[in-house]
Design a protein around this ligand. Structure first.
Ligand code: NAD
Length: 479
């Protein structure tokens, strides 16, 4: 299967004719080629976006909304095909892509299709000065959207939908590891009647295609989701060009469990928050802290449940844990398990590669629970981003708060307790952009989404995203 760039509504080969292999994580085999788009391709995508901008930025909100909602409907109509493509590219179970990734990508278009019709600008009457101020929210122009491999279409569309809803034209790049559903999205956009050039999708390596996008002098804003190191590099490149920048980066999220929680609900949700999508969700709770009085019970029950999870081929209905996304990522995750084996923690379950008959070269790994003694160890401080969690007991609220915050990241935290005052105290003090109490990954697309510290800069979601993708201009009129 050959993937092509999507520029000005057309599918085309890269100008340089430079290609990269696309792997299927479930069997470790190459199943297609994707362009490694060069500066020239990115510039061609930019020119196409620039030409489309004049008309798209003046297209009525009703018309933009209608097209976004049409894209959403077409994604829903193609659910099975998209879910299978996502699974083949990423290794996640088809069953998961069918209920999370693709429906959510459709929701992104529907949500921002509606949101743009409700996006009002402000006006301020300057009483006593005979003046009125009103604020225009103008599209920026051509913007760049760069996304990672873990929730490929979901995160790609989370950026594209608000960018085009606000009247911008886009040069977008999905992860080179999972390009397939982004490629298919181009076809849906044509079918939905999105004017040519409003969305352009270029494929390729971060260091080639991604770098060309961030360096392009006329791509005026960059919305990036990915690793913290890449985010730091992008910040350095774009800062002297004064581009608007949104960074959604890595995490090392605490999952804090108090003895007074609803135990059954907590246990079931903690299994999901640890291992959904093979633990490859930036919001997964990878550091589990449990109040000492229920630690032994939790440890026994949790490990028992994890041992019941079935690692298998992503297309099998009974599979809970599919394949990791790539060989290099599998090796990275294993290197952290090896740290535990070297004495930095005790492996309570998992820790080994899984070989599946007929798919022996697939990137399968057992869900792994490691008991650690301290929060300072590398396993608790560095993002592993795979099916690996740590557990350790705590004694007091102060201790656990300190450990939860004592990490360079600050994306999300989960808190399990029925004590209202403790909930309020801890939610106030946790150094994260998102706190879930007695739930996990309950998403309302209107809420601000993003992290503090090394987890990013800025917020996505709802009107925050619409504000990011617009330039505020204040007009003051004296009468
Ligand atoms: P990555 O940083 O390696 O790549 C992300 C994207 O950036 C890819 O499209 C890649 O090609 C591109 N890229 C790489 N180098 C670039 C460069 N020099 N210039 C421009 N673009 C470049 O991340 P990944 O491995 O794909 O994704 C995993 C990471 O993403 C994890 O750290 C995870 O926590 C993070 N993530 C964060 C969120 C969030 O919302 N905060 C959500 C999902 C994933």
């Amino acid at each position: 299967m050959t993937i092509q760039n999507y520029i000005n509504g057309q599918f085309e080969n890269p100008i340089s004719n430079n290609w990269i292999d696309n792997y299927c994580p479930a069997n470790g085999e190459v199943y297609g080629q994707i362009p490694n788009a060069s500066k020239d391709d990115v510039n061609k995508a930019y020119q196409s976006a620039k030409s489309a901008f004049k008309q798209w930025s003046q297209t009525t909100l009703e018309e933009r909304s209608r097209i976004l909602i049409k894209i959403s409907e077409l994604l829903e109509a193609n659910l099975q095909r998209f879910a299978e493509a996502e699974s083949k590219d990423n290794g996640k179970p088809v069953s998961l892509a069918k209920v999370v990734d693709i429906p959510r990508a459709a929701s992104n278009f529907r949500f921002f299709g509606h949101a743009i019709t409700q996006f009002a600008s402000e006006s301020h009457e300057s009483i006593g000065q005979n003046a009125i101020n009103y604020t225009l929210r103008q599209p920026i122009g051509v913007v760049g959207c760069i996304s990672p491999w873990n929730l490929p279409l979901y995160l790609f569309t989370w950026k594209i939908a608000p960018a085009i809803a606000t009247g911008n034209c886009v040069v977008a790049k999905p992860s080179e590891v999972t390009p397939m559903t982004a490629y298919l999205l181009g076809k849906i956009c044509n079918e939905a009647g999105l004017p040519k050039g409003v969305l352009n999708i270029v494929h390729g390596l971060g260091t080639t295609t991604g770098q060309a996008i961030i360096e392009h002098p006329n791509i005026k804003a960059i919305s990036f989701t990915g690793g913290t190191t890449t985010g730091a590099h992008i910040a350095k490149v774009v800062a002297p060009m004064f581009k608007k920048l949104s960074l959604e980066l890595g995490g090392k999220n605490p999952n804090i469990i108090f003895a007074d929680c609803d135990y059954k609900d907590m246990l079931e949700t903690t299994v999901r928050s640890s291992f959904a999508n093979q633990g490859q969700i930036c919001l997964c709770g990878s550091r589990i802290f449990v109040e000492a009085s229920i630690y032994d019970t939790f440890k026994t029950d949790f490990v028992k449940k994890i041992k019941q999870l079935k690692v298998g081929h992503p297309s099998e209905k009974t599979t809970n844990i599919g394949a990791l996304v790539s060989k290099s990522h599998l090796e990275k995750v294993i290197s952290y398990i090896n740290l535990a084996k070297e004495g930095n923690g005790k492996i309570l379950c998992g820790g080994n590669r899984v070989t599946i008959k007929n798919y022996e070269n697939g990137y399968y790994l057992e869900p792994t629970v490691i008991e650690v003694k301290t929060n300072d160890c590398r396993i608790n401080q560095e993002e592993i981003f795979g099916p690996v969690v740590t557990i350790m007991p705590f004694n007091t609220e102060e201790d656990v708060l300190h450990m939860a915050n004592n990490v360079k990241y600050g994306l999300s935290a989960t808190l399990w307790t029925n004590n209202l005052k403790r909930t309020m105290r801890m939610s106030n003090q946790l150094q994260t952009g998102i706190v879930w109490v007695n739930t996990w990954m309950l998403r309302d697309l209107r809420t601000p989404f993003g992290g503090t510290k090394a987890s990013g800069v800025g917020r996505e979601g709802g009107f925050e995203a619409l504000r990011f993708f617009t330039e505020a201009k204040n007009v003051c009129i004296k009468y």
